[in-house]
Write a protein that binds this ligand. Structure first.
Ligand SMILES: C[S@@+](CC[C@H](N)C(=O)[O-])C[C@H]1O[C@@H](n2cnc3c(N)ncnc32)[C@H](O)[C@@H]1O
Length: 190
């Protein structure tokens, strides 16, 4: 299970769900379109915050999105999670828990799957697919060149950029940044 979270995590998920419902309301009568939800950092399905005295469990974004049926559900769901353990839990908490839904869970790097998504959407036989994508990393894992591959394609994308967890830690006040960190920053800002 993912062990992080807190008020911001909960608020973030509520905002995403509201946005997804508004998106689905707009698309409801556009029957020609097949609607796909893509989550590049899908987690395990649940977020557990162990506060020592009590344990706070939040339903993760992936499950919350699957649970939407009104105004309409998505036609398919594609979840990416790189961590093997989280990915196995995610599969149980999404694909296995909702056997009637079309759900793909893959254990892979989000950057690779974003490029695959771009190729999928670019294929003329998928021209009726519209995607809502959610990219919620816990650090600097997103490479802008993979996001760039989506340019001009029919999708709405949410990207959360946790600069406090990534960039700020690498930008040392004394200016002494190692080559490895510089390379990381360059890839991030590229
Ligand atoms: C902030 S959590 C996501 C939480 C999730 N959105 C939710 O609501 O439960 C980030 C997740 O991304 C996974 N992750 C880290 N690097 C990744 C990568 N390069 N590609 C895909 N997943 C990755 C982590 O294992 C972690 O479970």
């Amino acid at each position: 299970m993912n062990n992080f979270g807190g008020d911001w995590t909960k608020i973030k998920i509520e905002i995403l769900v509201e946005y997804a419902k508004a998106y689905l309301a707009i698309m409801k009568d556009r029957k020609f379109f097949k609607l796909m939800y893509f989550d590049g950092f899908a987690g395990s399905g649940f977020i557990v915050k162990d506060k020592k005295v009590d344990v706070d469990i939040t339903v993760g974004a992936a499950r919350r999105i699957i649970e939407i049926s009104d105004p309409r559900p998505f036609d398919s769901y594609y979840f990416v999670e790189k961590d093997l353990k989280n990915s196995a839990l995610l599969e149980q908490n999404t694909k296995d828990a909702f056997p009637k839904k079309i759900i793909y869970t893959v254990c892979d790097d989000c950057n690779k799957k974003i490029i695959d998504l771009a190729n999928f959407l670019r294929d003329p036989k998928n021209k009726n697919v519209r995607t809502l994508a959610y990219v919620d990393p816990c650090g600097m894992q997103v490479e802008w060149r993979s996001i760039e591959s989506l340019r001009g394609l029919p999708l709405d994308m949410w990207i959360l950029v946790p600069t406090g967890l990534g960039v700020n830690r690498l930008l040392k006040k004394n200016g002494q940044i190692s080559d490895a960190w510089l390379e990381k920053l360059e890839i991030f800002w590229d």
